[in-house]
Design a protein around this ligand. Structure first.
Ligand code: ZN
Length: 404
């Protein structure tokens, strides 16, 4: 199975190389903004807008006199930036179409000019890219040292492109490669598990394990606010403002890294040890509109969790089962299937009050949801997979008895 995947690692640049990288990122940003302006201009005049190929041709003509400084950078940097611009417009038009059909609410994402204030940005290069154990060779930039040895795949892969980006003073490279990925031949023998993602705890597994929410953002929110305030008090254009912006950027970077790490560890361990993973298909976009939950949800990264689990499940031979968005996994009793329509977000415990069956289950709300998701995951697998907990009779029931 030929797959495309990306590897990202940090670069160890010397001053000269950093300057060259800044120039490339600058050229990419310039080309993007120039292209955006040209597209808007042409659209106003003729009702049509030029594509990346037209624009690159036009840009090359300009390079001969007024944009001669662009000869110092690889031609890929502006070219790929113009391609990105085309993609940005395609994305915008797709969303606009969805909105017309009434399938989308929210922002359309009209492409905006890139500003240096948001960081130096990035650029993408194609062509001859060679990976060494401790370095990478790029067109124009030459051999750049890497901070981690032997992480980037040096052989057996085809490198499609390399993207260099800057974040809070650190430079990273991400290469996109085409590689042979052996399909997971043996499906897991591991147990079926239901996972309830939450805000109070990051994840509750149906076997009783809970993974606490690291709350990286909340923990550091105070510091973040202080740094933000410090930045806004500094005089615009001053050195002190630059320093404050750098401190703030570093904290943002730290939070992002920690969050990514927690998610990767959790999704990897699930995909490696479980045969079927039941998950709720959360309406993340809808939930983000609820302002009380928004920050916490964004912090946990539900969407990213599902994305990682999808590809890791394929790698390691486990299966992911998504419960329908309207399946009341929290409101259904995991013991008897009774649905508590009055359950609110504030109820941390689930109490079964089924009038027909004397069930009386009293259980943690998240665990109850996880158990329901496990049932669904178990029932949707054709293979007979061992289910822990011995709730086999319940597993036989294919659907929860819930009114739709
Ligand atoms: Zn019950």
């Amino acid at each position: 199975m030929l797959v495309i995947r990306a590897y990202k690692t940090e670069l160890d640049l010397n001053n000269q190389q950093e300057t060259a990288c800044r120039q490339h990122a600058g050229a990419a940003r310039y080309a993007y903004n120039w292209g955006l302006h040209r597209k808007q201009e042409a659209y106003k005049a003729t009702g049509k807008s030029p594509n990346a190929i037209d624009l690159h041709r036009e840009l090359n003509a300009l390079k001969q006199n007024e944009l001669s400084w662009m000869y110092a950078v690889s031609k890929c940097a502006p070219q790929e930036a113009l391609r990105n611009l085309d993609r940005a417009f395609a994305h915008f038009f797709r969303r606009a179409q969805l909105m017309q059909q009434g399938k989308l609410k929210g922002k359309l994402g009209y492409p905006r000019p890139k500003s240096k204030k948001q960081g130096l940005g990035s650029f993408r290069l194609t062509g001859s890219i060679v990976v060494f154990p401790e370095a990478i060779q790029l067109p124009r930039l030459g051999r750049l040292r890497l901070k981690e040895r032997n992480y980037l795949p040096a052989s057996g892969v085809k490198v499609l492109s390399a993207t260099v980006c800057e974040q809070a003073g650190h430079w990273y490279i991400s290469i996109q490669v085409e590689q042979e990925q052996a399909p997971a031949t043996l499906a897991h023998r591991g147990p079926v598990v239901g996972v309830d993602l939450g805000v109070q705890t990051l994840a509750t597994l149906s076997n009783g394990t809970t993974i606490p929410n690291p709350r990286h953002l909340k923990q550091r929110l105070k510091t973040l606010k202080r740094l933000q305030r410090a930045l806004s008090r500094k005089r615009k254009g001053s050195q002190n403002r630059k320093k404050a912006a750098r401190r703030l950027g570093l904290l943002h970077r730290k939070i992002a890294n920690q969050r990514a790490n927690t998610l990767h560890q959790l999704t990897a361990s699930l995909a490696k040890t479980k045969s079927v993973i039941g998950l709720e298909d959360l309406n993340v976009a809808g939930m983000l509109k609820n302002h009380h939950l928004a920050q916490a949800i964004a912090d946990v990264g539900f969407h990213e969790f599902r994305r990682q689990l999808t590809y890791k499940a394929a790698w390691y031979g486990s299966r992911m089962v998504l419960a329908d968005r309207w399946e009341p996994s929290s409101k259904t009793c995991s013991g008897c299937g009774w649905v508590d329509e009055d359950l609110t977000l504030a109820d941390r415990m689930f109490q079964c009050r089924n009038p027909q069956v004397p069930c009386g289950l009293l259980i943690n709300r998240d665990l109850n949801a996880a158990l329901n998701l496990r049932k669904l995951a178990g029932s949707s697998s054709e293979r007979q997979t061992p289910v822990e907990g011995g709730a086999l009779a319940a597993v036989m029931k294919l659907r929860w008895n819930c009114p739709r």
